[in-house]
Design a protein around this ligand. Structure first.
Ligand SMILES: NC(=O)c1ccc[n+]([C@@H]2O[C@H](COP(=O)([O-])OP(=O)(O)OC[C@H]3O[C@@H](n4cnc5c(N)ncnc54)[C@H](OP(=O)(O)O)[C@@H]3O)[C@@H](O)[C@H]2O)c1
Length: 323
């Protein structure tokens, strides 16, 4: 099969199309003909040699795919010909992919592969952070960092669908405003400080749930603007992994900080998350309450350009690759 091969660790120029052996599905795995995948921040880190695939995973990049089932294992809920979206630990930048059948869910009826490719990783990450770990309730205020990102634009829509208010940050006023159509109230963070603005926008209440895609750089302000019994869900570290904060404030607010990565979840854990997500989100996609946000669709052969767009923080939503 054709697949993206990384010659070595490095910048996007190390990526090129080459040939690789067809994947052999193991027990419980389906073979998927890939019709689309999206570029994730984790792919960039892996390409640079900073985020090796977990043991046993393909060393081909790509954590999610949409496509048609070619073969499925005995007893699976999916069958050959089904249009599915899936999460994997690697291997999706290719024409064929072996994926755990339990980590495949149906593509919303009538949706194109290109649109569906902008769903799995970003929507499921946002759903896991806001709904399953953050316990977002109607009437809550959520603070979503990097709201113009793939995960951010998904999170803003999940807040709206859940009846919660969403304040969305970006380092650029233009990118913060770009997320307004998905229900986010823009909050540019040009100085690195945002807690006073969040407290003033919420009349001193603060944020009930913070979906933090940034990490260390925002830790201190996250705690400073957390509501009583508020939940910070750490989901990304683009702003660094070592931070300093006033733990006394966290204590006094009875606050919680938790972390989550989909890639670090086991196959059964992912299956449970995906089942919950499918039950909650598929009817909302069918009603167009939730919509994939596609920044660009590029052929797999233009993978280097796709990585450049994401790495330069130019994308609003997802950059989709089509084999
Ligand atoms: N835990 C998981 O399971 C999981 C799954 C998928 C993604 N993620 C994480 O979620 C985040 C968003 O992912 P994505 O694929 O949607 O990413 P993305 O579209 O590449 O967006 C990341 C955004 O972060 C902001 N950013 C970059 N560097 C920053 C810095 N130094 N300080 C503050 N903000 C910075 C930029 O937004 P502005 O330029 O607008 O500020 C950028 O657009 C990433 O951190 C990714 O690793 C986690």
């Amino acid at each position: 099969m054709r697949a993206v091969i990384a010659r070595e660790a490095g910048d996007e120029s190390v990526l090129a199309i080459g040939s690789a052996p067809d994947p052999c599905p193991g027990p419980g795995e389906a073979l998927i003909r890939v019709r689309g995948t999206s570029v994730n921040r984790a792919d960039i880190l892996q390409r640079r040699g900073l985020y090796p695939p977990p043991p046993g995973a393909s060393d081909i990049l790509g954590l999610e795919a949409v496509g048609e089932v070619v073969t499925s294992p005995p007893g699976a809920a999916i069958a050959p010909g089904d249009r599915v979206m899936c999460l994997v630990s690697g291997g999706a930048y290719a024409e064929l992919l072996a994926a755990p059948a339990s980590n495949c869910i149906p593509i919303p009826a009538g949706m194109s592969f290109e649109e569906a490719a902008a769903i799995p990783e970003v929507f499921i990450t946002a759903f896991q952070g806001l709904m399953r770990l953050g316990g977002l309730q109607p009437g809550d205020t959520a603070l979503i960092h990097a709201v113009a990102s793939g995960v951010g634009t998904a999170a803003a829509q999940i807040c709206a669908a859940a009846g919660a208010r969403c304040i969305g940050t970006s380092r650029s006023p233009g990118r913060a405003a770009a997320a307004a159509p998905w229900g986010a109230e823009p909050l540019p963070v040009t100085t690195g400080e945002f807690a006073p603005s969040v407290l003033s926008m919420t009349n001193g209440h603060g944020a009930d749930v913070i979906l933090d895609l940034v990490g260390a750089r925002y830790l201190e302000d996250n705690i400073a603007c957390l509501a009583r019994h508020g939940r910070i869900v750490l989901t990304g570290l683009v702003g660094g992994r070592r931070g300093e904060a006033d733990l006394g404030t966290l204590l006094a607010r009875q606050g919680t900080i938790t972390g989550s990565t989909l890639r670090g979840s086991t196959v059964p854990e992912k299956a449970e998350i995906m089942r919950d997500f499918a039950d909650w989100a598929l009817p909302l996609f069918a009603a167009s309450t939730l919509r994939p946000v596609v920044h660009a669709v590029l052929p797999l052969a233009e993978v280097a350009e796709a990585h450049r767009i994401v790495e330069a923080d130019e994308a609003i939503g997802c950059v989709v690759l089509v084999p």
